[in-house]
Design a protein around this ligand. Structure first.
Ligand SMILES: Nc1ncnc2c1ncn2[C@@H]1O[C@H](COP(=O)(O)OP(=O)(O)OP(=O)(O)O)[C@@H](O)[C@H]1O
Length: 248
């Protein structure tokens, strides 16, 4: 695999909506193979940050580099190419209800692979991604026939089918019961190991964070307020940091 000093580099990002200064000189660096959790209260700017990274919104100032590309300099075609390397797991899963599981998984291939490539490789890729999430038997089922946890796994299978170098997880365990949430967290770790993918994980589920985070950045007052492993941060005496770990 090509090597990168950082997979994603966010440098001094600022974003305001009117008087609401959401991000203030926010920086982060995501290393190859690393699971990085962004922890912040509701409304702290986690989604705004991720939307800047996938270029759904433009920051006011600051620079975002993904796989050595300054994304503000990419045109639409170049950005589309880069998107094959950046997987996104939506909180809503965003599966197509009218398509089978197989068709849902083939969907990203249609955009990024030629007809010849699809004919040669799609069947095997769909099978491998489904096996990765332990749901090979659902290939001809419809999303409506699956539980919430299974739909999350299928969404993850669709995210990894193009073997992205980085996965952005938006609250991957929200809305799931604790046991299913743990299964998803375990799966995220398995995917990380198998493909050496780097991830940014937005979450406030402490069980998921504890299981998956190699490093945590606390997004407080728009800034990278504190940073460290779960074990470091749980010992931090700053009251704003402590708030998150109260009761653990
Ligand atoms: N398009 C927008 N226009 C105006 N304000 C916005 C817009 N998007 C986000 N905001 C504001 O930015 C702030 C951060 O919102 P954001 O959705 O990033 O929070 P969050 O940390 O993801 O919260 P949650 O955990 O509840 O999802 C909020 O005050 C929100 O109202």
């Amino acid at each position: 695999m090509e090597s990168f000093e950082s997979i994603i580099e966010v440098d001094k990002l600022n974003k305001s909506f009117g008087e609401n200064h959401v991000l203030r000189n926010f920086s982060l660096s995501l290393k190859q193979g690393e699971n990085l959790v962004i922890l912040g209260k509701s409304g702290s700017g986690k989604s705004v940050l991720i939307k800047c990274v996938i270029r759904l919104i433009e920051p006011d100032t600051g620079k975002i580099t993904i796989l050595n590309h300054d994304i503000s300099l990419l045109d639409q075609d170049e950005m589309d190419l880069l998107r094959a390397d950046v997987g996104f797991l939506f909180q809503s899963n965003a599966l197509y209800d009218s398509m089978t599981i197989r068709e849902n998984l083939e969907f990203p291939l249609r955009r990024h692979w030629s007809k010849e490539e699809r004919e040669a490789k799609a069947e095997a890729a769909v099978k491998e991604a489904l096996e990765d999430v332990g749901l090979a038997h659902t290939i001809d089922m419809m999303p409506s026939e699956l539980s919430g946890g299974m739909r999350k796994r299928i969404a993850l299978a669709r995210t990894i089918i193009l073997q992205p170098k980085v996965i952005l997880y938006d609250e991957p365990t929200t809305g799931l019961d604790p046991i299913t949430g743990r299964e998803i967290s375990e799966l995220m770790n398995r995917i990380q190991k198998k493909y050496n993918t780097a991830s940014i994980i937005i979450s406030h589920d402490m069980s998921c964070i504890k299981m998956t985070a190699n490093r945590i950045i606390m997004l407080i007052e728009g800034r990278n307020y504190a940073e460290g492993t779960f074990e470091n941060l749980i010992k931090n005496n700053d009251p704003k940091v402590r708030d998150f770990f109260e009761g653990l």
